[in-house]
Design a binder for this molecule. Structure first.
Ligand SMILES: *Cc1c(COP(=O)(O)O)cnc(C)c1O
Length: 497
């Protein structure tokens, strides 16, 4: 194995606050001499608001402003910097053309109160995106309104509750396999349900027998993630759906990680009644920095009367927004949801086409299995099976030498990579959850694999270098406990310190 090249190099600048760069009377602009009469402030501004001196603004030159923000941006690590193998997050490269389409003034500057006859293009886009998502997932309708995956989960649980209430009993409990995403129990609780955890089988998949044992007439639904958080396809999903349906319950599918299924399999064909997408994961919107997301919720025919309003519709050559749904759960988001994210998803789906979507799934699965195959002799693989979009290792091999998953993750930064997801899912001790996505080349994956193998060697021969990592990052090992217990939420100037 050739030695991994350390990827992080170059200069890391120290950068003070822009206020600390300030020098009195320095200017970042020059304006021509004023050729109209001066207006006296007291003629236009009420006396009470007039100040003699305005202070506290940074006084810097143009080049200082540019360098300041460029330096700050260089401390960051994003998908444009390199591989971002954060499991369950699908940090794939976002083609620039989707950004350009979303920025077209006709979309970006359209006021949400524009009369419908003047907003035909935008309503048509929502209408057609819904159709495309229905076809991809195998459901009858999709509400585009939820603003994130967890918001889609809540909306889906509200739909289930509304449906069961219309049948005479909302029921009390929701079953959740122990490999579920953390947002699942949170959404159930927010919707007023008690969650009942169900243990996965020894193969890492939800166990139909265990589910049959706890399934009764008080269970409203099961919430199941497929592929699950171990990256495994829930191959008993149809049998599980039958068990739940037989007792009058519904099946909620967490479709946040749909990358592995695109064009290959449809959750709507597997007995799932309602599911959310994460447009910002699967359908190409940059995410993870707190920006807008979109978590559309897909549903089967019997849930349609309860859909959020408004819904985009088409009749007699015209697109319109329908609010007349008497049994609707109501509005769950202002206006129509995060429209810019929908534009990106629409552009992405059209530019990929059916064959392109299928190729995404094939390459995402191939990449994850390639990493799994290249690392399984040096990292412990707790579940021996082909994976889908991600693979999950444990810390079993490194742990006896006192090296933790956190040490491995921090050391990866020295090799120029963003660390994978760590300590999740909870059912794997010291989990390392790696999702390469389809947008990475074999060369990039090989460099990552080399780094991971090198770290495994260091764990045996030089564990100290791991325990004190990162050595090359802007910030060294942070004290996460103190950061959580005594947060400093405002920047302190050097003087204040
Ligand atoms: C990311 C994710 C979610 C939550 O999505 P947000 O947009 O972050 O709210 C839910 N379930 C799974 C499986 C996920 O990976």
């Amino acid at each position: 194995m050739k030695k991994a090249t350390v990827g992080a190099s170059g200069l890391v600048f120290h950068e003070p606050l822009i206020f600390e760069r300030s020098v009195k009377d320095r200017q970042g602009y020059s304006l021509p001499v004023c050729d109209v009469p001066d207006v006296r402030p007291e003629d236009v501004i009420p006396q009470a608001y007039i100040r003699d001196e305005v202070t506290g603004f940074p006084e810097v030159s143009e080049v200082e402003v540019v360098r300041h923000f460029t330096h700050l941006s260089q401390w960051n690590y994003g998908i444009d910097s390199g591989l971002f193998p954060l499991g369950s997050c699908t940090m794939k490269y976002n083609p620039r053309v989707n950004e350009e389409v979303a920025a077209l003034p006709g979309f970006a500057r359209l006021h949400p109160h524009t009369p419908q006859e003047l907003a035909q293009g935008a309503i048509r886009l929502m209408y057609e995106l819904e159709q495309a998502l229905c076809e991809i997932s195998g459901f009858d309708r999709v509400s585009l309104q939820p603003a994130a995956g967890a918001h889609g989960e809540l909306t889906g649980m509200m739909l289930i509750r509304a449906y069961l209430t219309s049948q005479g009993n909302p029921r009390r409990k929701v079953l959740i396999p122990d490999s579920a995403h953390g947002t699942n129990p949170a959404s159930c609780t927010l919707c007023g349900y008690d969650t009942v955890p169900v243990a996965s089988g020894p193969d890492g998949c939800a166990d139909p027998k265990a589910i049959a044992e706890v399934m009764d007439e008080q269970v409203a639904a099961i919430m199941i993630t497929n592929p699950n958080t171990l990256g495994l396809f829930e191959r008993n999903i149809a049998e599980i759906a039958e068990i739940v349906h037989a007792k009058g319950g519904l099946v909620y599918g967490d479709g946040a990680n749909l990358n592995a299924l695109l064009g290959k399999a449809r959750p709507g064909d597997m007995g799932i009644d309602v599911m959310h997408f994460n447009l910002h994961k699967t359908f190409s919107t940059p995410h993870g920095g707190g920006g807008p997301g979109s978590g559309p919720v897909a549903l089967k025919a019997r849930l349609i009367p309860f859909m959020p309003v408004p819904t985009p519709e088409y009749k007699d050559g015209e697109y319109y927004l329908e609010t007349d749904h008497p049994h609707s759960i109501g509005k769950i988001r202002s206006f129509f949801g995060n429209f810019g994210v929908m534009v990106r998803a629409y552009a992405y789906i059209l530019s990929m086409g059916p064959a392109g979507l299928k190729q995404i799934a094939e390459t995402a699965v191939l990449n994850a299995n390639y990493i799994m195959a290249q690392l399984r002799d040096v990292y412990h693989l707790p579940y021996q099976a082909l994976c889908k979009h991600e693979c999950v290792f444990s810390d079993k091999l490194q742990n006896p030498d006192g090296v933790t998953t956190m040490d491995i993750a921090k050391r990866l930064m020295d090799y120029g990579f963003h660390p994978p997801t760590v300590y999740f899912p909870l059912i794997v001790h010291g989990a390392l959850m790696i999702e390469p996505t389809e947008t990475e080349s074999k060369q990039t994956l090989d460099t990552f694999i080399d780094a991971m193998r090198e770290i495994a060697r260091e764990a045996k021969e030089d564990p100290e270098i791991l325990k004190t990592a990162p050595h090359r990052a802007k910030m060294r090992r942070l004290d996460e406990t103190t950061a959580a217990r005594k947060p400093i939420l405002r920047y302190e100037t050097s003087e204040e310190k």
